[in-house]
Design a protein around this ligand. Sequence first.
Ligand code: HPA
Ligand code: ZN
Length: 334
Amino acid sequence: MENFIKELPKAELHLHIEGTFEPELLFKIAQRNKIAIPFKTVEELRKAYNFDCLQDFLNIYYQGANVLQTEQDFYDLTYAYFEKCKMQNIKHTEIMFDPQTHTERGISFKTVINGISRACEDAKANFGISSFLIMSYLRHMTEEEAFDTLKQSLAFKDKIKAVGLDSSEKGNPPSKFKNVYKASIKEGYIPLAHAGEEGDADYIWEAIDILKIKRIDHGNNALQDPKLVQEIIKRDIALTVCPLSNKALQVVPDLKNHPLKKMMELGLKPTINSDDPAYFGGQINQNYIEIQKALNLTKRDLYALASNSFQYSLLDENEKIKQLQNLTGYFQTH
Ligand code: HPA
Ligand code: ZN
């Protein structure tokens, strides 16, 4: 089963580039930039990766991102993720980045986007992995600040496919970003958002009705509301589920209680993703492996999950068909 998962062609649809920052690279870049960090060793830093809730994680995650300064830093971070993608047999990935985490510290939007997108181009050339970028607004900040980020992004519009919404969910409902989402859609960005990770089902209602999102990041709490489940199915919106993230942030402390199988049985379209793999104990394949074991998923279930990952990606129809044919060929011979 593990080999089947490792070689299964897949797409990753929920991944924060800042969350791929492995302690070794973090130390290397901190030293290169002569930035002091409050940990003496890689091991000490790794030990701090023990979280009670989303906010607990975010505090450490933003601290880690602080050492990123130059275009080369963003390039190195992103290229290191693509090297992992190659080993996970990820064929396509949709990468979130948080410009405000960096522009707030005086790093220019241009530095961030040029470093990340140059790594995307090299990964396409060297590994054949395609990718899109999702510019995520930080929901703990104001809508006005999100508008400022939208404005800064316009000079780099050709490099950005979609907008997202992440950071502290509770107390920051999707409706807070109604106007900036409307403006983002007008600029041609596809609307996506985290909803229903710690927030309740009403946040998911807001995300689909007010922000008009095309995919829900996490969405676990949709199961609180049968009417919402039916609406998500009717609108054919997928969920980007992140099992090891859910476990690490105590959203689902024991994967045996994870709602993934229930989602599939109800007719929802979940996908498997790693969210912040450096912090949550595993890349995408480890997420597939652990959830397979916990819920006793079959090869056919795993095939359906990987199919969803291509079907609900932002790839164009021809590219989806190509990827799905390749996946089906793999499933039929295994
Ligand atoms: N949820 C909200 N914000 C985040 C996450 C997450 O899982 N990862 C990085 N920022
Ligand atoms: Zn996330």
